[in-house]
Design a binder for this molecule. Structure first.
Ligand code: NZQ
Ligand code: ZN
Length: 385
């Protein structure tokens, strides 16, 4: 097992009717800014519950954080924080709102032009405003990690940053708040969480025995409940399990002491930045060909994945690997998530531009062995057509 330093300070308050506990979770005397996305939090009553819980607090609101949150929008929130001297940020929404709030938290106290935070991937962040979240969409794990992905619309750049200063202090997870999700977002959440687990599990054997078993259990749980989350949208237990699995998929636990890949995510971000395809949908396009193209360096783990996650034991090694990759693709398709670039009318003519974007963003040596060069990324995208 590799050395690691695991730290996760986020308090999780989980379950029905937990938004009312906001008041006790916030520091007394905090000057709170509530940040949210479009209309969903208002429509499904989440904002009303938040406002009621904050009745005795000094708070203001900033709405309009879009999916794939933009620097341009978030800088307006930074302006409001400064003008009103807000000192605690509360994100109400999905990964985009929570990510956006992390950026605002860091940008508000940053010396210099805040886009530099993205250019340095967060390494230059030395402090941030404290933040908390009320999660409405199980998918990204942002509610219990320190990462965020921010888009600069003007340049089609979608980049991640991490900082030990941007863990939420707390996150409230009420599975009932997910009942209003459209099927597309539920399916996105399943695919995103699934891919987060794969990016930390399906690399090469590193002796993380418990991490492997834990990851396999989370994958199998998603295979079991993903279709049910779509078919039975008001089943509390199914939504509760989906919510907790998505959090566990990217809160650092399964990734401690083992190598990470993330090449699928980085290529996926370029597809979102260029074509505005939902984050999870880009992963469904890139992951199956990524596993195909890198099948030799991932061979041992692909065979383990085939056997332990999908129960594939028959056939030659290559047949088992093919079968596991096909089962993965079929799982995504069964959730009505398309897995080909051509499903989005993207053809071979687009590849040069995507490769140029990867190069511009320094994504030239990706993966657990840093051997996913631009040439390998091109082969993955060709195989994704
Ligand atoms: O904008 P509103 O009206 O709120 O609607 C949202 C949005 O349109 C809607 N929604 C959210 N909760 C709802 C709801 N609709 C009905 N009922 C509810 N309860 O869902 C739409 C999508 O929301 P968004 O927050 O964009 O989705 P998601 O949670 O999938 O977040 C995606 C973003 O997170 C980043 C992605 O790159 C993308 O920008 N990621 C963040 C990560 C992290 N911080 O660790 C890791 C991930 O790999 C990912 O990259
Ligand atoms: Zn993701």
């Amino acid at each position: 097992m590799q050395n690691f330093d695991y730290f996760n300070p986020t308090r999780i308050v989980f379950g029905e009717d937990t938004i009312g506990r906001l008041s006790e979770l916030l520091p007394s005397g905090a000057r709170v800014l509530v940040l949210y996305g479009g209309a969903s939090a208002e429509k499904n009553g989440t904002l009303a519950e938040v406002r009621a819980a904050l009745a005795k607090h000094d708070f203001a609101e900033f709405g309009g954080i879009e999916p794939n949150p933009s620097y341009e929008t978030l800088m307006r929130a930074v302006g409001q924080v400064h003008r009103e001297q807000r000192d605690f940020l509360l994100a109400v929404g999905g990964g985009s709102v929570i990510d956006g709030t992390k950026f605002v938290a860091a940008a508000a106290l940053f010396d210099g032009e805040p886009w530099q935070i993205m250019e340095a991937r967060g390494e230059n962040v030395t402090r941030a405003l404290p933040l908390g979240s009320v999660l409405t969409l199980p998918a990204t794990g942002s509610e219990m990690n320190n990462g965020a992905v921010i888009t600069r619309r003007a340049t089609h750049a979608k980049l991640p940053f991490h900082s030990q200063h941007t863990f939420p202090r707390f996150s409230i997870l009420d599975p009932r708040k997910t009942f209003t999700l459209p099927p597309r977002q539920v399916a996105n959440g399943v695919v995103d969480a699934f891919t987060h687990i794969i990016e930390q599990y399906l690399t090469y054997p590193a002796g993380g025995l418990a991490q492997d078993r834990f990851a396999e259990g989370l994958l199998q749980t998603l295979i079991e409940i993903g279709p049910r989350a779509l078919a039975e949208p008001h089943d509390y237990e199914v939504r509760a399990n989906l919510m907790w699995v998505a959090t566990l998929a990217l809160n650092g636990l399964i990734g401690a002491g083992v190598p990470h890949d993330w090449a699928t995510h980085m290529i996926g971000h370029e597809l979102t930045a260029r074509y505005n395809i939902d984050h999870a949908r880009t992963l469904a396009i890139v992951l199956p060909p990524m596993l195909q193209v890198r099948r030799d360096s991932k061979r041992a783990k692909l065979l383990q994945y085939a056997q332990r996650v999908w129960g594939i034991t028959q056939g030659s090694e290559d047949e088992r690997i093919d079968a596991a990759i096909e089962r993965t693709r079929a799982f995504f398709e069964s959730l009505d998530v398309k897995t080909r670039l051509q499903d989005y009318a993207i053809n071979a003519a687009a590849l040069d531009d995507l490769i140029a974007q990867l190069e511009a963003h320094d994504m030239t040596a990706l993966g657990e062995r840093q051997d996913v060069t631009l040439e390998v990324s091109r082969r993955v995208l060709e195989a994704a057509l």
